[in-house]
Design a protein around this ligand. Structure first.
Ligand SMILES: Cc1cc2nc3c(=O)[nH]c(=O)nc-3n(C[C@H](O)[C@H](O)[C@H](O)COP(=O)(O)OP(=O)(O)OC[C@H]3O[C@@H](n4cnc5c(N)ncnc54)[C@H](O)[C@@H]3O)c2cc1C
Length: 110
């Protein structure tokens, strides 16, 4: 992730998975994790602490194919149909919960 004084995250960053040597497809999960690490690394620099290195991990990928339809891979489990559609619906809810707890999540639901 960048140099010691310039931190690139998300779609602006070209990230290579050090385990595979392959470039990582930019997505929201990666951008979110890199953003958190960048925040930590800014703090670490101010405090004189060692900076963290980005280690990509993925909860999976889901794609909607219309109402009640989809395909995906959650960890190493392949999903399709309604299961995937439900997982896809839960992704933004989970994110809202992480940002603002039940209150923010409920705003989307009701
Ligand atoms: C149609 C579409 C569907 C997608 N679906 C998925 C999906 O289902 N799952 C998934 O994981 N990823 C998905 N992605 C990818 C995901 O949206 C991006 O990988 C992620 O948003 C990258 O985050 P980011 O913070 O790098 O950039 P962004 O989310 O693009 O944030 C950049 C921000 O910077 C702002 N900005 C730009 N220029 C300036 C400026 N000069 N000054 C101030 N602000 C500025 C922009 O307005 C924007 O808010 C999708 C992308 C698209 C386009």
């Amino acid at each position: 992730m960048g140099t010691s004084h310039i931190l690139l995250t998300g779609d602006s960053a070209y990230t290579v998975d050090s385990r595979t040597g392959l470039a990582i497809t930019p997505n929201a999960q990666i951008a979110n994790a890199q953003g958190r690490l960048a925040a930590w690394n800014i703090y670490a620099q101010i405090r004189g602490l060692p900076m963290g290195k980005f280690r990509p991990s993925s909860l999976g990928v889901v794609a909607s194919l219309g109402p009640g339809k989809g395909v995906g891979m959650v960890k190493s489990i392949k999903t399709k149909g309604l299961t995937t559609a439900l997982v896809k619906e839960m992704v933004p809810l989970r994110y809202l919960y992480m940002l603002g707890g039940m209150r923010l999540m409920a705003k989307r639901l009701f």
